[in-house]
Every structure is written in structure tokens, then in C-alpha cells.
Write a protein that binds this ligand. Sequence first.
Ligand code: FDA
Length: 310
Amino acid sequence: MLRAALLWLSERPAVFDFIKRNGMARRMARRFVAGEGLEHAEEATRELNGRDVTVTLDPLGESVRSADEAASARDTAITILDRIHETGLAANISLKLTQMGLDLDPELAADNMCTILERARSYETFVRIDMEASDYVQPTLDLFAERLHPEYGATVGVVIQSMLRRSAEDVERLIELHARVRLVKGAYMEPGEVAFPDKRDVDDSFAQLAERLLASGNYPAVATHDERLIEHARAYAAAHEIKNGAYEFQMLYGVRRDLMARLRAAGHNMRIYVPFGTDWYPYLMRRLAERPANLAFIAANIVRETFARS
Ligand code: FDA
């Protein structure tokens, strides 16, 4: 119920206009978002690289309203790629197709992505296309399979959400393409026709899809903070003599740093998803929806800090 309410709020830009001026909300965001500027993202990346952990930078932003806004998101992505190249940081980037104009015109989004991927290829780096709500899955996978993957190969990868009923078939198609896949549970509110309503089914699906990707995928990313599923993936890889270097674990900035450190110490490749930018509201609401206890935790911290200062 609370999860549904938070996800509903995540799609209300008017609420963001109201809360972005609120100091408490901004402090809440700082737990999950590196900061508003690229310099903050670089600082977080340097710190993580210092722990031998790689990063994927996410310039926050979702559906744009004009071709100019999409062009600006594209140029931001290129600036980040340039900066990663100049600084030598161990990072790549994650983007959303709606940022690139998918809602306005799929051709526009495709052209913007191609411009970004040209630059990424020249730097021999990698761009991940995040997966958004279920209505976007088919257009995203079509664009990936028909245009981006044939042209840019291992420079570009996609995301599969284990909560979706269609994902087992999508994974098989992506394995055939030898595409790079990040596996997640899925962060959006979805109807029962397209997604498993029961969390146990989402988790079972994650375990099965992780096995398929570990066995036959191309450097899959197992992206979860769920220790049981992480152990399942590790045990499967060990039993099938799949080397640590053949896949990576991924987690979100600000979540389970203890687990991140343990996996890295055990010799696993570990990448952290580091979001930054001014458009943090929908991202923050999805993180709170995943664990509504964060609301109480963050509020308690803010109260403690406020009293400590006064
Ligand atoms: P689950 O929600 O079951 O949580 C397992 C445990 O992890 C919890 O018990 C808690 O301990 C901890 N935890 C999880 N979330 C937490 C939080 N916010 N705060 C504190 N603790 C938390 N989704 C999507 O739809 N499209 C995408 O492209 C991506 N991309 C992506 C990249 C990466 C690197 C990650 C890790 C995740 C995504 N996601 C995503 C989000 C994903 O779909 C999912 O919503 C979150 O990862 C939370 O699910 P878990 O797998 O962690 O399991």
C-alpha cells in the first residue's frame, strides 16, 4: 500500500516542484544521489574506485517534453563520457531512452543514442540502457536489437526485469544476440497481467534468469541487494566453474555498502550505480518505495542531526 503510494507520487512532477525547495527532501535524496553536479558524481566515483569498485554514472532525468530537452540530455551524456575519458575514472554510463526523446519520436531517441554510442565506441567504453516501466520494454528492446546492437555491439547493453512475465523469453533472445544484460527485479508499479504480483515469484524468476545469463550470457550484471539471490548466483557460478571475471555484481549508491565490500573482498567484480543531477525526485521515490523503512530511518537521522546542531 505504502509502496504503491510512493510509486504513484514518483510520477507526479507537481509534487516535485513543491518538495525540491524543501531542505529535508534534499537531504533525503543525498543518501541515494551523489549530488547535483558532475563534480559530485566524480568525487563519489573516485572514492569507490579507491575501493577497487567500478561505477556506472546515471545522469538523472526521465521523459522529456521537447527535442531540445532530449538534445540537452544527449549532450550531457557526451560530456560525461568525455570527462570519464579525461580523468581515467573506472566508470561507464547508464541512460534512459525517455530522456533521449522516446515519448516524442522513437527515431529521435535512436539518433540521440547513436550520437552517444559513436563517442562511447571511440573511447572503448560502455553505455547501458536502463529499463523503464513495462510500456517501454518492447520499444526499448526493438531499438536495441534492430539498430543499436547490430551497429555498436558490445558498446551497448540493456536491462531485464525479473518481475515481468515476458522476461524469460527476452533473456533467451538476448543470449542469442550475445548481448550484455543487467538483471534487476524491476522498480515500477506494474499490472498483474504483465508482472508477477507475488514477490516470491519475482525472486524465483530472478534466480532462474541469473542462472541462464551466467551459463550463456555475455558478461551479465547481477544487480540486486538481495543476499539470498546473490548467494544463489555465486553458488551456481561456482558449481558450473564460471569464473568471477565472467560476470559482475551491481548495487545502487547508498545501499548495502557492507555487502559491496564483502563481495569485493571475495574477489567479485563490483559496480555501483551512481545517480546525480537535479532531477532526483522520481528516483528517490522509487528507492523509498523499495524499502519504506528508509523513510523512518532518514527522518530519524535528520531529527538527530538537527538537534545535535542546535
Ligand atoms: P529487494 O527490494 O527485495 O531488496 C533486498 C534487500 O536489499 C532489502 O531487504 C534491503 O536490505 C536491501 N534494499 C533494497 N533496496 C533498498 C533501498 N532502496 N534502501 C535500503 N536497502 C535496500 N530497476 C529497473 O526497473 N530498471 C533499471 O534499469 C534498474 N537498474 C538498476 C541498476 C542497479 C545497479 C540496481 C542495483 C538496481 C536497478 N534497478 C532497476 C532497481 C531494481 O529493479 C530494484 O528495484 C532494486 O534493486 C531493489 O531490489 P533488490 O533486488 O535489491 O531486492
